[in-house]
Unconditional design. Structure first.
Length: 50
C-alpha cells in the first residue's frame, strides 16, 4: 500500500453507495441487497481496513 494515500475518494464512493442503498430501501426493497456489497466495501476501504 502506498504511504500517505488519500482515502477521500473511498469516502465519496461510500456516500454515493449509501445514497443508492437508502434509495433502494425506500422504493425497491427487493433490490436492497444489490447495493450492500458496494457500501460495505467502500466503508472498509475508507476506514483503511482492507
Amino acid at each position: 500500500m502506498e504511504v500517505g494515500q488519500s482515502r477521500t475518494k473511498y469516502w465519496v464512493l461510500f456516500i454515493v453507495w449509501l445514497a443508492i442503498l437508502v434509495t433502494l430501501m425506500v422504493f425497491y426493497r427487493q433490490f436492497f441487497w444489490l447495493a450492500l456489497p458496494g457500501t460495505a466495501t467502500y466503508f472498509a476501504k475508507g476506514m483503511d481496513l482492507i
